[in-house]
Design a protein around this ligand. Sequence first.
Ligand SMILES: NC(=O)c1ccc[n+]([C@@H]2O[C@H](COP(=O)([O-])OP(=O)(O)OC[C@H]3O[C@@H](n4cnc5c(N)ncnc54)[C@H](OP(=O)(O)O)[C@@H]3O)[C@@H](O)[C@H]2O)c1
Length: 400
Amino acid sequence: MSNLISEELDLEAEAVLDPSIQFERDAANTRPPKAIFLTGATGLLGAYLLQSLLQQTNADIYCLIRSDSPDSGKQRLQRHLKSYSIWTDSFNSRIFPIIGDLAKPLFGLSTQEFDQLSQTIDLIYHNGAQISFIRPYKALKATNVLGTHEIIRLAGLNKTKPVHFISTLAVFFNQSSTTANALISETEIPKYDAGLKGGYKQSKWVAEELIRLAQERGLPACIYRPVRISGHSQTGITQNFDDFFFRLLKGCIHLKQFPRLDIAITLLPVDYVCEAVIQLSLRKAPFGRAFNLLNPTPMPWKSFIKIFMSWGYELQEVNLDDWMCSLQEYSRKYPQDQFLKLLYFFMRKPSNLLAKKPKVETTQTLQELEALGVFCPEINEKLLSSYISYFQAIDYFPHP
Ligand SMILES: NC(=O)c1ccc[n+]([C@@H]2O[C@H](COP(=O)([O-])OP(=O)(O)OC[C@H]3O[C@@H](n4cnc5c(N)ncnc54)[C@H](OP(=O)(O)O)[C@@H]3O)[C@@H](O)[C@H]2O)c1
């Protein structure tokens, strides 16, 4: 059904920007910013963006948040940052919850509230999104596409505010780029391709198109495209338990087997993504750029599994078909185990982790980040031990 829906979609026609939204071409760019609007602060990357913006600017941070009242919204944010061990009470006075929903026109705010917000803020980080690898485009459109549309409306109202938009590298992962050994250059724009499957990728592609349309009208904006984001490099903390890769490892522990795979593992710690976005966005550089963020030193699956097994997990190597059979058998035996059922579903999808990905050129971005003192943590024993010990501590991975 979901495939049928995506077949019928005309994604290019989905990117329509209200003609009344306009921008001042010579907008005064307030540096340093005094008031910043951030979406998605209750998510994985958003928690760290909020912390960094509080630490690295003197601005007040207005956070769009789904909650009943500003008080409960603030408590939600506090609890969220505490769960990542990054809360400090000194943050309190500079956080202003804006109770709203990306999926609603004007975020569900009244016209006056929206107008007031547009006058108060002078910079926008649009990071909030609904991430789902099973839901179709139509289910994600309101939050991911229309939400971005309302962000652009906010950016143009009363005075032009620059926008930093968090997209995903997956907007390039269409059928032609994954089959033709494609190389994605640093300046490449993700063109429309009917082979772009999956509602999430499609919705982020349309959202990017909206940002590009707004840029043509004069919006100062940058786009950041990380690949799959993993936990903090030092603490290992994440709350993204849907992550396909860690699900795969958990599946290997359950089955006491790992599949023979010819893939390289790339992990992108959330603290690196956050620091990259913050440093690139706060420097004095022209807008209009897009940055592809991925780990320059992927690790072969076999080496990765070797380190994983050194933690005491005894796993037997089998070929992928046998591993899939074991997984299917295990899922049949334990039908109530949704976790393994979903893993089986993901592993069968042609666009999963095992699918061939295009090569992505990142030399210039990496050089710029290095000049700013931002280095991507290497995927090595130290990084993996942060993740494995965290997953063991919270009983996500059983102890061997
Ligand atoms: N995670 C990855 O591996 C990855 C990879 C590439 C790109 N990205 C991009 O990075 C950004 C952050 O990802 P993440 O992993 O940090 O996501 P996340 O943990 O799932 O957090 C999503 C955030 O968006 C908010 N949100 C969702 N729907 C909303 C709505 N209708 N109204 C208001 N807020 C809403 C959520 O609020 P609630 O708490 O209320 O749900 C939450 O704060 C996203 O734009 C994503 O597309 C992520």
